[in-house]
Design a protein around this ligand. Structure first.
Ligand SMILES: [Mg+2]
Length: 213
């Protein structure tokens, strides 16, 4: 029986150091502007609102919201700077590259923005071990919708799947509803997850990877 291993990306295969607030401060430093709390708070809603329309980069929408909140930046240029800062902060925990390399069928299914998510996989070296990547903008839908899961399972054919992710609502529950085995990553309640690990670095210790199945 063939098994496909499907991973979420953010806070599952990759982690951030610094985290979001530090990435924003680094982007401001790179852009030569002073970060403000108002601009920092505007980023998230601007990103989400823009992404939901699937018309342009959500990073540009986030930057535009920051400008509207008083940050003196060019949104297009600041979006690029922010992405550079985010990529500089992106790390794959030790052992995850080796884990992916050891698996025959690997997919990544993420609610992030494709052009940036693919760069994260490239800069961490994980891309070499991934057979297919499905991002929200590829299918114009976000997990827990069926479309991202349909697309990734089409791209990574297998008899059975194991889904690994840090979000119960977006990763674990929809995968469980589809009859897949699940691994929750995090120290909270994993809901219906079959297995839980406390952090991304511990993913290789989860039973689906320890057993020879
Ligand atoms: Mg995640």
């Amino acid at each position: 029986m063939t098994v496909g291993y499907l991973f979420d990306l953010d806070e599952t295969l990759v982690v951030y150091d610094p985290e979001r607030a530090g990435i924003f401060r680094d982007a401001c430093r790179r852009a030569g502007v002073e970060p403000t709390d108002d601009a920092a708070e505007a980023l998230g809603p601007g990103y989400v609102e823009t992404f939901a329309a699937f018309e342009e980069s959500p990073y540009v929408g986030a930057a535009r919201a920051a400008r509207e909140a008083g940050l003196e930046i060019d949104p297009e240029r600041f979006a690029e700077t922010y992405v550079e800062a985010e990529l500089a902060a992106t790390h794959a925990p030790e052992g995850l590259g080796e884990l992916l390399a050891s698996l025959e069928r690997v997919g990544v299914v993420t609610n992030g923005y494709g052009p940036v998510q693919r760069r994260k996989l490239a800069v961490t070296g994980l891309a070499d071990h991934v057979d297919a990547v499905v991002c929200a903008d590829d299918v114009e839908a976000f997990k827990p919708a069926d479309a991202p899961f349909d697309a990734v399972t089409d791209a990574v054919p297998a008899d059975d799947y194991v889904v690994v992710g840090d979000n119960v609502d977006y990763d674990v529950r929809p995968a469980s509803d589809r009859g897949y085995r699940t691994v929750f990553v995090g120290d909270g309640d994993g809901g219906p997850a079959d297995h839980s690990v406390p952090e991304p670095a511990a993913i290789p210790t989860a039973p689906p990877f320890r057993q020879d199945d």
